[in-house]
Ligand binder design. Structure first.
Ligand code: FE2
Length: 398
């Protein structure tokens, strides 16, 4: 990373927070994104607004070596925001641009801030459902990770939280609810779960199933296949969450059916693909289990079931209302892996569709099973977008 210290005695440069900027980029406002990270950082991870944004990439070292030439590359016909890895070198560039008469703002915290930013989006419910509960999809845009907060009768259940546990506490509080339970759909490989820490802090039950072959060292309150948990029952507005064992992406993968209709699938089924079954090194065995889950286990659920996954592959999967989700009946037709005729064809297709997982995935799995790691290491492992999907469509180049 190329962040340089700046003299604290100098006046601060204008800044913009990710939470202010991203919705503006999503709306397609006229902004130039000047990315000053090095080539490798730029190639491996980019800001992805819902509408395309004009971006130029001029590394910070180019500004140092040839300030005039680099400044000349910056168009002057629109607002300029400057991005780097952590917000340090971009701050210097904002200053240089200012001296050259170009007003710009520094994206505070850079890609690190983008990677931790959480955007809550309300899942649309029917009028009858709205009277009983709220369902929030929390989009971690930088990683394309989704967590959920279900609120009913003054209680909240948090599913697949990221490790920024205070965010969920304040969010539930603002919705007038007390977090009563924390659930993980599976032992995640792309991000460190905030589930154990959140549950421990609040003294509430936590659940995740690791499945056979894994030694889970987190204390959990077990939930069996088909078991039901209630939210908000004490205040008379109860909501049922049904636990469904859906192995394949991992042997312990679990889905949660909220209010009989909203299926939080984790990495079992996405909106445009399925979860990759190869992350444990058992692509055939877990792939066959995933085929069985998709074809048999989910077969009983009605077509109107709304699938709400833990990830997405591209911002194109974010729907008009800002929610990543799809009707199960539709996904049965549109997700290619859902219509494959047999387990062998399915396993071959998902194996072809995946590249080697990032090396950090093995480390993240260990932490989610209960191993210790420093926050610095975790931040380093979590850099970049998730790679949890196996998409035959993408492998085919479509
Ligand atoms: Fe996963």
């Amino acid at each position: 990373m190329s962040d340089s210290p700046r003299n604290p005695a100098e006046p601060p440069v204008p800044t913009v927070d990710v939470g202010e900027l991203l919705p503006r980029l999503d709306r397609g406002e006229r902004v130039l994104l000047l990315d000053v990270r090095n080539d490798e950082e730029y190639e491996s991870w980019k800001v992805e607004p819902r509408r395309s944004v004009q971006t130029i990439h001029v590394p910070y070292f180019d500004f140092i070596e040839d300030a005039e030439g680099s400044i000349a590359k910056v168009p002057r016909d629109r607002e300029v925001v400057v991005l780097c890895a952590q917000g340090g070198s971009s701050e210097m560039v904002v200053e240089m641009l200012g001296e050259a008469g170009i007003a710009s703002r520094n994206i505070r915290g850079g890609m690190i801030a983008y990677g931790v930013y959480l955007e809550p989006v309300r899942v649309p419910l029917t009028d009858a459902e709205k009277k009983r509960f709220e369902l929030w999809q929390v989009n971690r845009r930088g990683k394309a990770c989704l967590s959920y907060v279900i609120v009913a009768g003054g209680e909240a259940v948090v599913v697949d939280p990221s490790r920024y546990v205070e965010w969920y506490e304040s969010f539930a509080e603002a919705r007038g609810a007390r977090i009563a339970r924390v659930l993980d759909t599976h032992v995640h490989a792309d991000h460190v779960s905030g589930g154990p820490a959140l549950a421990r802090k609040l003294g509430v039950p936590y659940f995740v199933a690791a499945g056979a072959g894994f030694e889970l060292r987190q204390p959990v309150t077990p939930l069996g296949d088909g078991e039901r948990v209630r939210i908000g029952g004490a205040k008379g507005v109860d909501l049922e969450v049904r636990v469904l064992s859906t192995p394949g992406h991992t042997p312990g993968s679990t889905s949660f059916l909220v209010g009989g209709k909203y299926l939080l699938t984790g990495d079992t089924l996405f909106v445009a693909s399925v979860g990759r079954p190869d992350l444990g090194g058992y692509a055939v065995e877990w792939g066959e289990a995933l085929y069985d889950t998709l074809k048999r286990k989910l077969a009983d659920l009605p077509a109107e079931t709304v699938v709400l996954p833990a990830h997405y592959g591209s911002v194109a999967e974010i729907g008009a209302e800002g929610v990543v989700g799809g009707r199960l009946g539709e996904l049965r037709k549109t997700v290619p892996e859902m219509s494959m005729g047999n387990a062998r064809e399915f396993v071959e297709a998902v194996r072809r569709a995946v590249k080697d997982p990032p090396p950090a995935y093995a480390e993240i799995i260990k932490v989610n099973l209960g191993a210790e790691a420093s926050p610095e290491k975790i931040s380093e492992w979590e850099l970049g977008k998730n790679q949890c999907a196996a998409s035959a469509r993408r492998a085919a180049g479509a």
